[in-house]
Design a binder for this molecule. Structure first.
Ligand code: ADP
Length: 408
């Protein structure tokens, strides 16, 4: 591997770490997803974000729909540009606890057709996570590109640890085939489906307010039953939705007496219930899951200034990296404070953390013995580089180690 390639890999590993750190500060990350465009995916994403914020959650709404990012318009934020602070983009504030970032806020002229080429798309997704000051959030709602092609695939690959996807469908698009494809896309990526939402299901008559089934409805519900996936509910066609959305107002602000608003509120309740009560999704990141034993490597290393430290026993913090060996991707990166430095305390802590490999510049003989006795592989003389770069190189068999730099 030449130097340039090596440098690129290290840069990529550093970026991966930044992405993992940013995502680690967001509790639930939900993809709003549809098999094709025009089914109301953005409308659902925007209104879900607003509803959660109204319920007191801290929410970020991220629009990565390359086919026409419509969130700024739907939220009345068209023409707004994010400010910069300390080298990061500040998401645009919609309300006290809802911030928004959209591809549409980064390109000139909302109506310009932007031609995104493959690698640019991947770069844009990565930037919208790592270069945006999202901060600590309860929820991130992602308006994803439609379809089951490369775009949503890249998104799922970049956004490690997604909580799950909400699949939006319409009753008449026979949607069933389409949703089936969407569901199997999620299954292939081990991305949990939070539920199926049938949009434009029935029509609210603007004169009498009654809901009439003008298309066959219930396709999404049937499929949900067949697949054992939660059905989140039906959102009827309401001409008022188009009107207020065009005026840049989330429709749930509209009239609480509207059957569409009522239906949507129930849908949001189901989403929250699914996400917050369905156990341990946080502990078990959604993607990628490596079920086969031996493929998930838990690594630890002492840190000094963000890179691997030369001293095992004197580091103020340790990085822990859970690495999916088969998928060549880190699925979790954390920084932790070790217990106070007393004889044997830090090796014991590393053992209790179920670490497989410890990287360090230097380590004393006793600590090494304690670790190795418990099956922890100790790699000393590790270079002083970013945690993810060390792990990635080690997994690829390219880690160059030197002398044990400090053996006390
Ligand atoms: P997508 O993101 O799937 O392309 P949008 O959310 O942009 O779809 O919705 C497409 C159009 O359908 C918009 O004009 C929107 O206002 C309208 N729409 C969405 N849901 C409904 C609904 N339940 N009733 C009426 N119009 C709707």
């Amino acid at each position: 591997m030449n130097d340039q390639r090596r440098e690129q890999n290290a840069d990529q590993a550093m970026e991966d770490l930044q992405i993992a750190k940013a995502l680690g500060r967001i509790k639930y990350k939900i993809l709003v997803f549809s098999g094709k465009g025009g089914v109301g995916k953005s409308t659902v994403a925007a209104n879900l974000a607003v509803a959660l914020a109204l319920a007191g959650k801290k929410v970020g709404l991220l629009d990565i729909d390359f086919h026409g990012p419509s969130i700024p318009k739907l939220m009345g934020l068209a023409g707004r540009r994010p400010d910069m602070d300390d080298g990061k983009l500040l998401p645009v504030r919609f309300s006290d606890n809802l911030v928004v970032m959209s591809l549409g806020m980064l390109v000139d002229g909302a109506d310009d057709a932007v031609i995104w080429r493959g690698p640019m798309k991947n770069g844009a997704i990565r930037q919208l996570i790592k270069d945006v000051a999202w901060g600590d959030l309860d929820y991130m709602i992602v308006d994803s590109p439609p379809g089951t092609g490369d775009e949503p695939l890249s998104l799922v690959q970049v956004m490690q640890g997604l909580t799950g996807a909400i699949v939006v469908t319409q009753p008449q698009q026979l949607s069933v085939d389409d949703v089936r494809r969407s569901v199997s896309f999620c299954e292939k990526l081990s991305l949990p489906v939070i539920g199926i939402l049938e949009n434009m299901s029935g029509f609210i008559c603007p004169h009498c307010g009654e809901v009439a089934d003008i298309f066959k409805s219930g396709g999404g519900e049937e499929l949900a039953r067949e697949k054992g996936i939660p059905f989140l509910g039906k959102l009827p066609i309401d001409p008022a939705i188009v009107e207020v959305s065009d005026a840049g107002q989330p429709f749930i602000y509209h009239s609480s007496a509207s059957p569409a608003v009522k239906a949507f509120e129930e849908i949001v309740e189901r989403v929250v219930m699914q996400v917050e009560t369905t156990a341990t999704k946080e502990e078990a990141p959604a993607t990628p899951q490596s079920d086969e034993k031996g493929e998930l490597l838990r690594c630890a290393m002492p840190l000094a200034g963000g890179v691997v430290s030369a001293h095992f026993g004197h580091a103020r913090s340790f990085a822990f990296v859970d690495y999916d060996v088969k998928g060549h991707v880190a699925i979790k990166v954390e920084e932790k404070t070790p217990p106070p430095h007393e004889q044997g305390s830090i090796p014991r802590w590393i053992i209790e953390e179920n670490v497989n490999v410890l990287f360090t510049g230097g380590i004393g003989a006793m600590a090494r013995q304690m670790l190795e006795e418990k099956g922890v592989k100790v790699v000393s003389g590790a270079p002083q580089v970013e945690p993810l770069a060390v792990v990635a190189k080690y997994v690829q068999g390219e880690l160059e180690t030197g002398e044990n730099s400090c053996d006390h």
